[in-house]
Design a protein around this ligand. Structure first.
Ligand SMILES: Cc1cc2nc3c(=O)[nH]c(=O)nc-3n(C[C@H](O)[C@H](O)[C@H](O)COP(=O)(O)OP(=O)(O)OC[C@H]3O[C@@H](n4cnc5c(N)ncnc54)[C@H](O)[C@@H]3O)c2cc1C
Length: 475
């Protein structure tokens, strides 16, 4: 492949300024900034400014059969935007506009590379009565990848995963064709995916291997006038989790329930490993922390909800702290503060993040805790009860020093072992899976299901140019 020739052709699409094969530019796109995964190679980086330009880029890539990797910030924790087989990284960050906000149906139509900072800033300024579900990821990370990859927001109890916030999609297929799915395929409205065949699934969970999403309709929510953020502490997961499951099914205006262990809390406090408590259980310290957010339209409703939450927690031996108790509760982070996490431990971080049954939260924690301690790492656990208590996400994080190959290796082995051990629970499925996890799941489905996935991939991306080597759908 003659890169210069391709760059010259790409320049006719986006102009000289927005395409480059210079190593000082391309090296930024070789790897996921934080994970243990091996780096890839970006041959050319390009930053398109419109859907039409994305289409032209896809046509050129098809002509040369060169890989294309859709990319917003590449900090997804699974290395799923890492160019495994070289090629062109399509940095979508110029496509960062909010195109429309519909206050009646509460949705926003946004472009494919919009970041959380772009979206939150726009809404605060122009639609202060509405809000988006927000991640805890750094402000410069992408909204659309979070939705496409089943990310989690601080409204998970209301709306489920990011994928469930998706109303409609415009995408350029691997073939170069432009499609729209959802109500926007028949009208100017992006109010939902009903009642047509739900083709959004052709792009959700595929990690950019079927199409480049150039626009998306996403659900917004009302910002209610009354809100309380409780922080709860209990002795252990066995005590705390069942009470939160009860709360999750009790209504009470709850829009978010997060479960953390002591180790996770220490990590968020930036305590380095030397000074942190290794195992809260052995140290006889409370190893269960939770965050519960409730909101209401009227003061009376709010008081009643808070009172019920307090009562249920008290009976279940969860000690709640809130402003009303005269204790400053842990406020939800000035959101993306958490993105600065792990400076003191060497900058590396990865997780085994899985969706699973609520039944398995405590078991997941205990299994992952054992493995972390075996590898000399502080167990760091995080779980969110989702969508009114219908399922949960459970996740075990590990920090490591990016400059220490032994530490990287240790973290890698730890992650594999947690993954192996939690599979015994059944129903535990990793999201944003790194390549090895994709391989693990590949032949676990019914053969006809695997075949169907491969056929869909072939249909949408006949030359296998989109994020190839990522595994999903490749036979
Ligand atoms: C400290 C920290 C905290 C985090 N907390 C959260 C959290 O609370 N919730 C959460 O959901 N995530 C969280 N994340 C993960 C991640 O940063 C977010 O999900 C983020 O929004 C993903 O965006 P990105 O820009 O990193 O995606 P990228 O890495 O650029 O892309 C991810 C995947 O989507 C594909 N893709 C990107 N754009 C498109 C497109 N337009 N069309 C098709 N495919 C596309 C890519 O090819 C890739 O496969 C966290 C990350 C960090 C580092």
């Amino acid at each position: 492949m003659n890169n210069n020739e391709i760059v010259t052709e790409l320049e006719t699409v986006v102009g000289e300024r927005f395409v480059s094969n210079k190593p000082e530019v391309t090296y930024l796109y070789h790897y996921d900034f934080v994970t243990t995964e091996p780096e890839g190679k970006c041959d050319i980086a390009i930053i398109p400014g419109s859907t039409e330009e994305v289409q032209e880029i896809v046509k050129i890539a098809n002509k040369y059969k060169i890989p294309l990797i859709p990319w917003v910030s590449g900090i997804n924790f699974g290395s799923i935007a890492t160019p495994r087989r070289g090629g062109i990284v399509v940095d979508l960050r110029r496509l960062n506009r909010v195109l429309e906000v519909n206050e009646d149906d509460m949705y926003a139509v946004v472009e494919g590379g919009i970041t959380w900072a772009d979206l939150q800033g726009y809404l605060e300024k122009n639609h202060p009565n509405l809000r988006a579900g927000i991640t805890w990821s750094p402000p410069g990370t992408g909204v659309i990848p979070s939705c496409l990859c089943y990310g989690m927001f601080d409204l998970g109890m209301l709306g489920g995963t990011g994928a469930e916030f998706v109303n409609g999609i415009e995408a350029v297929l691997g073939s170069g064709d432009l499609v729209r799915v959802g109500s926007c395929s028949l009208s100017d409205y992006w109010y939902g995916r009903q009642p047509l065949p739900d083709l959004a699934g052709l792009f959700i969970g595929w990690e950019g291997t079927t199409g480049i999403v150039t626009k998306m309709g996403i659900k917004l929510w009302p910002k209610l006038p009354f809100r309380e953020d409780f922080t709860g502490v209990a002795l252990n997961m066995e005590t705390g989790v069942p009470i939160l499951l009860k709360l999750s099914k009790a209504g009470l205006g709850i829009c978010d329930i997060v479960i953390l262990n002591f180790g996770w809390g220490q990590s968020a406090q930036e305590l380095n490993e030397r000074d942190a408590v290794k195992d809260a259980v052995a140290a006889n310290m409370p190893d269960f922390v939770c965050l519960i957010t409730t909101q209401a339209y009227t003061e009376k409703q709010h008081e009643a909800q808070c009172e019920a939450i307090r009562e249920i927690c008290k009976k279940g031996r969860i000690t709640l702290l809130s402003t009303e108790d005269g204790v400053e509760a842990i406020k939800p982070p000035p959101i993306q503060l958490w993105g600065c996490w792990n400076f003191s431990r060497g900058g590396g971080g990865q997780w085994i993040g899985s969706y699973c049954s609520n039944r398995d939260i405590v078991k997941y924690y205990n299994l992952s805790r054992e493995v972390c301690l075996k590898y000399g790492k502080i167990p760091q656990f995080y779980s969110r009860i989702m969508f009114g208590g219908h399922y949960c996400v459970a996740r075990s994080n590990v920090n490591f020093n990016k400059n220490d190959p032994n530490d990287i290796n240790n973290a890698r082995e730890l992650l594999h072992e947690i993954h192996e051990s939690v599979q015994d629970l059944g129903g535990v499925v990793m999201y944003k899976p790194p390549l090895w996890a994709v391989e693990y799941y590949k032949n676990k489905t019914l053969p006809a299901t695997t075949e169907l996935i491969e056929k869909i991939k072939n249909l949408l991306d006949p030359n296998n140019i989109l994020n190839p080597g990522q595994g999903i759908g490749e036979d």
